[in-house]
Ligand binder design. Structure first.
Ligand code: ADP
Ligand code: ADP
Length: 235
């Protein structure tokens, strides 16, 4: 049930080593939380999983990451990887277009043109992101004109619409109010039945509430990794 197998992963930004010998098996159908103080490498590691940072000038990566047994730095192209590994950011970032067009954006890029087919994907994705009932009567409204929590769920729907297997969430609730935060947490728990979910958070309560596994980062190292229930019971 391993989705990602990470072995001896080092990452350097120029001379600075941001990740040190990371070894981790990340499981399917679980929520894995990355926690630790600011600047300890959580985001950097998350971004190595969809190759958002190896194309940056001066970045060097050693070690391997396999997804379903395939080396993502050698044997999959980035476009393919990105459609299988979706990402949700800290700041909700819907495109400046309608709610419908945001969610239809990825499918359209992938060549889906038929209105009925797009309608179906848009509805399904918005339902999966637990926002359909709130927006079904205003799909033509600009996605940037709804609340922050709704924008974040629209962004999750946009990611789901492409049909990923993995959802990376980089502090997805840090910019949200407590009620919206709980909605996103509930949503993550629902989604784990179908996806592999990795969430970066600096919020220990959030990690203990929703994650199955927790990795503690410190100065670029994973200093502890295991079942969340055990990690939080034996600090
Ligand atoms: P976290 O997500 O845990 O807050 P990051 O992964 O963002 O930490 O950053 C880890 C370290 O790498 C920090 O010291 C940060 O300053 C550094 N860093 C992050 N991105 C870059 C970059 N593009 N170039 C150089 N250093 C970076
Ligand atoms: P990529 O640049 O990874 O090839 P595409 O432009 O092909 O991505 O868009 C595919 C999907 O990726 C979009 O439907 C959207 O969900 C997501 N996406 C692209 N750019 C962003 C962004 N800036 N913020 C959030 N999601 C994005």
């Amino acid at each position: 049930n391993v989705k990602f197998q990470v072995r001896d992963l080092d990452l350097y930004y120029g001379d600075f080593q941001a990740l040190k010998k990371i070894n981790m098996d990340i499981m399917k159908n679980q929520i894995t939380a990355f926690i630790g103080p600011s600047g300890c490498g959580k985001s950097t590691f998350l971004k190595t999983i969809n190759r958002m940072n190896d194309l940056i000038e001066g970045v060097r990566i050693d070690g391997t990451i396999h997804m379903d047994g395939v080396n993502i730095y050698k044997d999959i192209d980035v476009i393919n990887l990105r459609s299988r590994v979706g990402m949700v950011f800290q700041q909700p970032n819907p495109f400046p277009m309608s709610i419908y067009d945001n969610v239809a954006y990825g499918p359209r890029i992938h060549g889906i043109k038929k209105k009925s087919q797009l309608d179906e994907i848009v509805e399904k994705s918005l339902r999966q992101a637990a926002i359909w009932e709130e927006v079904k009567d205003k799909l033509k409204k600009n996605a940037q004109a709804v609340s922050g929590g709704q924008q974040q769920r629209i962004c999750i729907a946009r990611t789901l619409a492409v049909g990923p297997e993995v959802i990376l969430m980089d502090e997805p609730t840090s910019a949200l109010d407590p009620i919206s935060t709980l909605k996103i947490e509930d949503l993550a728990e629902e989604l784990k039945d179908k996806y592999t979910i990795i969430i970066v958070t600096h919020n220990m309560q959030q990690a203990s509430r929703i994650s199955d596994k927790t990795a503690f980062f410190l100065h670029g190292e994973v200093v502890e990794y295991g079942e969340t229930s055990q990690i939080f019971n034996n600090p």
